[in-house]
Design a protein around this ligand. Structure first.
Ligand code: GCU
Length: 444
């Protein structure tokens, strides 16, 4: 290994290790710095207090609601097919205009705006190796996307991406691009027995790529003055409608897509964006804003992802707006935990799904008894139901049923698919169903 490679290897190892096991002291100081930035954002918005969110611990006295009869059916869900001025969207051409309104609302109030100019990324293949995954010969490329930081050299940003494709494929391959965790996330949810999801894809002749979101934007408020957000801001604080971490992660996925478009072994018109949990939220944001993604596999995304925010069930806006999670969003979003309420939101999750139309989206979630109620499986299903009229307007199908199905019922016939699997906080058991769904579109 040459010196440069060894250096990169060492840095990667160190950053992985420190991310995998931050000491209590490191965690405390990150939390403190995040709380400080959160306070500054509240001050900037003129907010003095926020409503606290419920607890994710079902045993806690203030546990999040898990009783469907108390999920308080909201009466003011915005209609994706009604313009801001109250007129109806009746044609596909009108929907193109309505889309712009929705992008504007989501950007301003929730996920934040992308800066007008973001420095360019140059991709470098750091290493390439032919090897096997299970029985499948593959080529693995480790890549770094170097962000041009001449405008602010104090901050250096490199995007980590690993691309695995079948060795010598007969033609350009379909690909799943995953927002990947750089530490074992499913400690309590072992993968299902049998081939891994990667091997299931390889068996079909597909490839996969793993993008490490935290390599270019940290998953905390403390990191907002660094990473790609900090680089563009030259280390300054965010403004009220500046992008949050989810959009920054989605930006990285778009840059990965730029690279994939230059790679002959990948069919860039057939790239699926996928993620779990906070990365499920990022996958949905990426899918909505980036038209080059052909399909989305949105794993347990919950609040801030595919779940209707107006539902009083599981995680709430008040949790998202608190100092541990507000960084995922524009500072403006904090307002909806005080003085405003979730009912004041000009948009809701069904409209983010609708922005993916007519492209297929698979909404995945685990069992409510194993994964828990925090994610709100039904809230994501309902969002799919309310997004369906947009798919229908565009000549597609949306969800095949409006009835919340029993666990392990695969709704695969529409262009929005849904399945609640038997496992926990993972996409694991849903991979075979997703592949079946995707093949309907990708079979040549
Ligand atoms: C927390 C958070 C969720 C998030 C999840 C995760 O539970 O409240 O919104 O999706 O972490 O990313 O694992």
């Amino acid at each position: 290994m040459n010196k440069r490679l060894y250096f990169i290897y060492l840095c990667t190892l160190l950053s992985f290790q420190s991310l995998a096991q931050p000491s209590q002291q490191q965690r405390d100081s990150l939390n403190k710095l995040s709380a400080e930035d959160h306070q500054l954002m509240m001050k900037q918005l003129g907010i003095t207090s926020l409503r606290p969110g419920p607890s994710g611990n079902p045993e806690a006295p203030n546990a999040a609601n898990s009783d469907e009869s108390k999920a308080s059916p909201y009466t003011n869900l915005p209609d994706a097919l009604v313009f801001n001025d109250g007129t109806k969207v009746r044609t596909a051409r009108q929907w193109e205009k309505r889309k712009q309104e929705l992008f504007e609302l989501f950007s301003k109030e929730m996920y934040g705006r992308m800066p007008a100019s973001i420095p360019a990324v140059t991709w470098e293949v750091v290493s390439q190796k032919d090897t096997v995954n299970g029985n499948y010969p593959v080529r693995v490329k480790h890549l770094l996307g170097h962000v041009d930081n001449r405008s602010y050299p104090a901050i250096k940003v490199d995007i980590q991406l690993t691309l695995t494709t079948p060795l010598n494929p007969p033609s350009a391959v379909h690909l799943v691009l995953e927002f990947g965790w750089n530490f074992p996330v499913n400690r309590n949810t072992p993968p299902p027995p049998g081939p891994t999801w990667q091997q299931q894809l390889l068996a079909k002749g597909w490839g996969y790529a793993i993008l490490i979101p935290t390599s270019f934007q940290a998953d905390n408020g403390a990191g907002l003055r660094a990473g790609i957000i900090g680089l563009v801001n030259k280390g300054q604080l965010r403004k009220a409608d500046d992008w949050g971490t989810l959009r920054a992660w989605a930006w990285g996925a778009s840059r990965a897509m730029d690279y994939l478009e230059t790679t002959p072994e990948v069919d860039a018109r057939r790239v699926v964006i996928e993620g779990l949990s906070r990365y499920g939220k990022a996958a949905l944001v990426a899918m909505a804003y980036e038209p080059r993604f052909a399909m989305g596999l949105i794993g347990s995304s919950g609040a801030g992802g595919a779940k209707i925010l107006r539902r009083v069930f599981g995680e709430q806006v008040e949790n998202l707006a608190a100092s541990g999670e507000y960084h995922w969003f524009a500072p403006n979003f904090i307002k909806y935990a005080g003085p405003l309420t979730p009912n004041d939101l000009p948009v809701d999750a069904h409209e983010l799904i609708a922005l993916c139309a007519p492209r297929p989206v698979f909404i995945s979630v685990g069992s409510s008894t194993v994964e828990g109620h925090w994610i709100d499986a039904k809230g994501m299903f309902v969002a799919g139901v309310h997004a369906s009229p947009v798919y229908e307007l565009l000549g597609k199908k949306g969800l095949e049923s409006k009835e919340f199905p029993p666990q392990e019922t695969a709704l695969l016939k529409g262009d929005i698919a849904y399945r609640q699997h038997e496992g926990g906080h993972t996409v694991g058991p849903n991979w075979p169903f997703f592949i079946q769904f995707a093949e309907r579109y990708f079979k040549k």
